[in-house]
Design a binder for this molecule. Sequence first.
Ligand code: DON
Length: 560
Amino acid sequence: MKKRLLLLLTLSILFFNCKKEKTIGLITDKAMVVSAREEASKIGADILQKGGNAFDAMVATELALAVAYPYAGNLGGGGFMVYRKNTGEIGALDYREKAPLAAHKDMYLDSLGNVIENKSTLGAMAVGIPGTVAGVFAAHKKFGSLPIQEILAPVIALAKRGVIVTSKQEARIKKYQPYFLKANKDSILFDKNWKKGDTIKYPDLATTLERISQNRRDEFYKGETAKRLVAFIQDNGGIITEEDLAKYEAKWRTPITFTYDDLRIISMSPPASGGICLAQIMNGIEPFDLDKYGHNSTKAIQVITEAERRAYADRSFYLGDPDFVEIPIETLISKEYTKNRMNDFLFEKSTSSKDVSHGNITMTESDETTHYSIIDQFGNAVSVTTTINGAYGSKLYCSELGFFLNNEMDDFSSKPGTPNMFGLIGAEANKIEPEKRMLSSMTPTIVEKNGQLYMVVGTPGGSTIITSVLQTILNVHEFDMGMQEAVNQPRFHHQWLPDVIKIEPTGFDKKVKNKLRQLGYELDQTNSPIIGKVDAILVLPNGKLEGGADPRGDDTAVGF
Ligand code: DON
């Protein structure tokens, strides 16, 4: 009997330890890179090991993802970086795609004014001018410490050596093959029946990267690569010209900053909506005792949903490229403004999105993406989200150069009031104009606590990016979770329209779901098997780092 009890005790200790172990991420002393593929995290971390800083690692990780994670990593897309240096200096870099010079507001409409199916999502007309190469070179020029050739060498070697197909990648390639056939004139590398364990080599991409390594930024925007890229896009019916590429510039922006309890949040500014929306949602929920309601409890979900509903209504109306539209940022992110927006919320019944429009402000004020988080051994932090928009972007693959092109043009509002591929409704502020940047939901974010670096966080997920970042921060701050545990939690999302709470099918309490329905909330579990793939780093009280790599993907933390 005693023996059996002992065995039971040992087994249960083992069980609890295993369970606990699963929710603790990689812990390192000094430095870490968390990204969508182990190969990319490793290349970034190796650059840090060599003495490079977070910005060198950013260049390496971004380009390694273009090789190892063609689903979203890219040369043919764009992104945003938020940084915090060890001195406390903060900033942001916008390398978002732009509309070509020949773009115009009705370019996706037929003669009757209806949106032409697939035109803004599939093939060459969907492509915005890529910003990624300009982005990494801008980051490197300002803050890099290692020579660019040294940073690119392991990336080029990876492209030549090849990348092993994971089971998730096998499924993704299979799923999108019918679209590759539609978008491309000739067969492409990804038409092959790739299986888990196969190695995909990228010799053409390696050659492109070699040319970029040698001739730097201008290779992509003015050199041989530019010429070949434009010829390819035009041959496939697109409108991007050599002038478009030559005119592209990445832009340094001022990040959005705001406080939540004792945290200071630093996040991306327009043309990304992430920082403003996150501020509005967090301002909306700050007065409520979320920790007392409990994690993913009915009341917590209600408060968060109602704050999200109001923030996304404003997003739709006010936000666009700040170089083209005036955005009342200070008002939108002020605590006072959001307090008034939340005034009509009652716990007894859901608000209807029909009754919520954008707030009234007088203008008096002067689907695939990937995120990676980096902290270096010097204490610099970099938070980057990069994308070609849809899975494999426009599906148009330039075989000669070895990369997919984005379909970011779909992030504009093709027609005011008509939802885009993320169901987001846009208005005038986000209409198509030549050289304008399309509104984004990307939310690369850095959090300080008591003035010190605390968390680096971000995710893909289209419109759900903002709310996934939100929940990850809240899981740590309100619900005392570690980084990996916070990343693993089931997620939900509301974006004003459609008036539903998207909810991951597993992990939510049935009673909570029933109660929410009773209160008038519609739950959509079918559309979202997963919401986001968060990659984040938490600075622990002892100064060590804990990685949170999302198990929803092949995401991995590597560090030392
Ligand atoms: O910038 C944006 O908001 C979108 N292009 C992001 C797309 C995305 O996250 C797709 N991933 N699931």
